[in-house]
Design a protein around this ligand. Structure first.
Ligand code: ATP
Ligand code: MG
Length: 239
């Protein structure tokens, strides 16, 4: 985080405890995390460390057991589930590992969906969706169904959908995790382009090469964000 930046994401002492058959499971153990407007952040860490849980706090897909979450000027912990869903549709674009396009409608219709949900762009929805598909370089597959296009194209369509309502924040949970190297590179380049346009991006990735190209990398270990001291210490001890 820069000294004088404007935080667009702020997690304060966030804890998340899941109820499981074996008893309560504390998955986030007091996370403090601030992201400034225009930052590009990669989240790395071992499987099961809590990365997706952390991401779901930012999107409001899940809510903390305690602590506060502020995103795009909204205190999420105060909103009902319905209010969060409405808020998310306008303020956060979410990109998943397995794209999650609706299979029964065309690509361009998928991109139009968030505009329907949020009642934005009126009669201009198709036009705007086509512009977004041009931006992600797949206008030619607009009228195909998701199953008829490649994984890389599906993810670009999902990014266009995430951008539908022009959100400030884009969040990706392993958005390149299911793509070949070439498609992953193209999706990553698109993210860089969006950051250069002023978007804020937080992206979970297992890909060390890609994480190495992101200006800020945060590491989740056992439900906590590692401090710089801990990372330095590890360099010394090798653990
Ligand atoms: N809804 C849930 N109920 C119970 N336990 C859960 C739930 N969601 C996640 N967990 C547990 O919380 C821990 C962290 O899960 P999370 O999905 O956040 O990890 P992750 O870092 O994203 O892992 P991966 O790299 O494999 O995606 C795991 O032990 C997981 O089993
Ligand atoms: Mg995960």
């Amino acid at each position: 985080m820069s000294e004088n930046g404007k935080p667009v994401i702020s997690l304060e002492n966030v804890e998340k405890i899941y109820k499981t058959k074996a008893g309560p499971l504390k998955v986030l153990k007091g996370v403090n995390f601030q992201v400034d407007e225009g930052e590009f952040v990669a989240i790395v860490g071992p499987s099961g460390s809590g990365k997706s849980t952390l991401i779901n706090m930012i999107t409001g897909i899940d809510r903390p057991t305690s602590g506060e979450v502020f995103v795009a000027n909204q205190r999420l912990t105060k909103l009902s589930e319905n209010q969060v869903a409405k808020w998310r549709g306008r303020n956060v674009g979410v990109v998943f590992q397995f794209f999650q396009l609706l299979p029964t409608i065309t690509v361009v219709e998928n991109v139009m969906l968030p505009m329907h949900y949020c009642n934005t762009y009126g009669g201009k929805r198709r036009e705007r969706a086509m512009e977004l598909l041009e931006m992600v370089d797949i206008p030619d597959v607009a009228d195909k169904y998701p199953s008829q296009i490649s994984g890389g194209q599906q993810q670009r369509a999902a990014i266009a959908r995430a951008l539908a309502n022009d959100p400030k924040v884009i969040v990706g949970d392993e958005p390149t995790g299911n793509l070949d190297t070439l498609s992953a590179g193209l999706v990553f380049a698109l993210f860089e382009e969006l950051v250069s346009q002023g978007k804020t991006i937080v992206m979970v990735t297992h890909d060390k090469d890609l994480a190495g190209q992101v200006p800020r990398v945060e590491e989740v270990r056992d439900g906590r964000l590692m401090t710089q001291e801990e990372i330095d210490q590890r360099l010394v001890t090798g653990r």
